[in-house]
Write a protein that binds this ligand. Structure first.
Ligand SMILES: Nc1ncnc2c1ncn2[C@@H]1O[C@H](COP(=O)(O)OP(=O)(O)OP(=O)(O)O)[C@@H](O)[C@H]1O
Ligand SMILES: [Mg+2]
Ligand SMILES: [Zn+2]
Length: 240
């Protein structure tokens, strides 16, 4: 059915100027969502629903000397600020969320993605081990329509790249090279990357190599989310 506002042309007149109709913007947003790699569950992760009650007011973050709730609040603010800056200027500094299992790292990265996709931006969300598997599967050329080059270029060039779960992998020289080539490209073109990882700073360097780790330092602000209990379990108990 054609659009009531533009009659299917995609353009409407504002005075003497033709502007793109909302139906086109809506279609582009839907397309960007489908291309983003976010699962339906991840589309539900929003800043509004990010609950600070999961972070203890009593326990202290030994590095920052603040409560876990305070560090989580600061991290949430940094995520929101990133979105504001990115909307104004695409060449903005990225973020790296580190912390234990079930501390909300992926949640926050997805909340950023959702906010940007809603505003009409482009995001690519990839789970790092899956990305590496996908690249590897292109070597079996019978099965794959995508080439390694296609996949790497997409990750290099997308306005916002989210690398989820960096570090839960065996890093061979091959994997290190692939990640380096993506990260180095994005650094050179000042394209932001959001990263989630369970690894500490020292471990990042050990696993990825110093060249890649030092680039991450340069490109991203680091934030650590701490919890005394895995939020996955806490929510599971709450829902019973
Ligand atoms: N602040 C929060 N408010 C509400 N729900 C949350 C929050 N943080 C996490 N969750 C819930 O807990 C689940 C686990 O969080 P998340 O996937 O972000 O953990 P993670 O830190 O990425 O863990 P992992 O290291 O295992 O990847 C999410 O699916 C979400 O449902
Ligand atoms: Mg995660
Ligand atoms: Zn229209």
């Amino acid at each position: 059915m054609s659009c009531q506002e533009c009659g299917g042309t995609g353009l409407i007149m504002k005075g003497k100027v033709a502007v793109r109709c909302n139906c086109i913007k809506k279609r582009e947003r839907k397309h960007a969502y489908e291309q983003s790699g976010l699962t339906p569950l991840m589309r539900e992760f929003t800043f509004n629903e990010f609950d600070l009650k999961y972070y203890s007011e009593e326990k202290t973050d030994p590095v920052k000397g603040m409560s876990l709730a305070q560090t989580a609040h600061i991290t949430l603010q940094a995520a929101k600020e990133f979105v504001q800056k990115f909307i104004k200027n695409r060449q903005t500094e990225g973020l790296l969320f580190t912390g234990p299992v079930g501390s909300g790292k992926t949640y926050l990265a997805c909340a950023i993605a959702n906010e940007i996709l809603n505003g009409g931006g482009q995001v690519m969300f990839v789970v790092v081990p899956d990305l590496l598997d996908k690249i590897r599967s292109t070597y079996d050329s019978q099965r794959s329509e995508l080439t390694e080059q296609n996949i790497i270029e997409a990750a290099r060039e997308v306005p916002l790249l989210i690398l989820d779960d960096l570090g839960v992998h065996n890093y061979t020289q091959w994997t290190k090279n692939k990640l380096y080539s993506i990260i180095n490209y994005r650094l050179n073109y000042q394209l932001p990357t959001i990263i989630t990882t369970n690894l500490s700073v020292a471990e990042l360097s050990d696993h990825l190599g110093e060249r890649t780790a030092s680039r991450l330092f340069q490109m991203c602000k680091f934030y650590r989310l701490l919890v005394d209990n895995n939020i996955r379990y806490v929510k599971r108990i709450e829902s019973k």
